[in-house]
Ligand binder design. Structure first.
Ligand SMILES: Nc1ncnc2c1ncn2[C@@H]1O[C@H](COP(=O)(O)OP(=O)(O)OP(=O)(O)O)[C@@H](O)[C@H]1O
Ligand SMILES: Nc1nc2c(ncn2[C@@H]2O[C@H](COP(=O)(O)O)[C@@H](O)[C@H]2O)c(=O)[nH]1
Length: 198
């Protein structure tokens, strides 16, 4: 894979990954591009096919995986998720920094590839805070919420493995978390901005 170094945002469901990446895309629209994953989960209210995700059936996704079209894929909370090669290439073709929002299994699988991203984990101060955020978001059934909290407990424990992430952001105060994110990405942002000037 060519182009600027991608960025992986991982961390428990509800920790604030999408919120932070939307802030980056709003402030640096020309610098960053989102890697649109595939998923077999149902779209949420307001989600648009091809924007937040490519919403597909299990059969469709499995066929594309078997055809070697995915960099990584995982089962999360009863659904399949995956990053296609095309999703990353589309962003890199625009000379943008590709942002991947993926779970911990995805991180481990990306580590086996030559993508070489900056790995960032977005965490929460506590599981109670996470539960409140997920409940307030009103996107999950009780069953899905409990599955996500179970996955979160595992994520919160395993993400501390030394060397797994370049940075762990505790997203308590959103503005502070966003500043930390911008700080680690400052050099890459500057490189792209300069390359776009010339
Ligand atoms: N620092 C914060 N303080 C309070 N609420 C927050 C904070 N950051 C994000 N939120 C809220 O928490 C909820 C979950 O955030 P978000 O959807 O960005 O999480 P996520 O990590 O992308 O989740 P998922 O992996 O399920 O997509 C949202 O309603 C968001 O507005
Ligand atoms: N391994 C991958 N994980 C992914 C991908 N796209 C999203 N995700 C992760 O799934 C959960 C749930 O997402 P939600 O949109 O249903 O709330 C979250 O942790 C995402 O980071 C992917 O392509 N690969």
């Amino acid at each position: 894979m060519t182009g600027p170094r991608p960025v992986v945002l991982s961390g428990p469901s509800g920790a604030g990954k999408s919120t932070l990446l939307k802030m980056l895309l709003k402030d640096y629209g020309n610098v960053f591009g989102f890697s649109v994953s595939h998923t077999t989960r149902q779209p949420r209210v307001g989600e648009v096919n091809g924007k937040e995700y490519h919403f597909v059936t299990r059969d469709q996704m499995q066929q594309e995986i078997d055809a070697g079209q995915f960099i990584e894929h995982a089962e999360f909370s009863g659904n399949m998720y995956g990053t296609s090669k095309a999703a990353v290439q589309a962003v890199q073709a625009r000379n943008q920094i590709c942002i991947l929002d993926i779970d911990l299994q995805g991180v481990k699988n990306i580590k086996k590839t030559d993508l070489n991203p900056i790995y960032i984990s977005v965490q929460v101060p506590s599981i109670e805070v996470l539960e409140k955020r997920l409940r307030d978001r009103q996107t999950e059934s009780e069953e899905s919420l409990l599955k996500r909290l179970n996955a979160a407990r595992i994520d919160m424990e395993l993400s501390n493995e030394p060397g797994l992430f370049d940075l762990i952001i505790i997203n308590n105060d959103l503005e502070k978390a966003y500043s930390e994110l911008k700080e680690i990405l400052a050099e890459e942002i500057q490189k792209i901005q300069e390359s776009k000037k010339s």
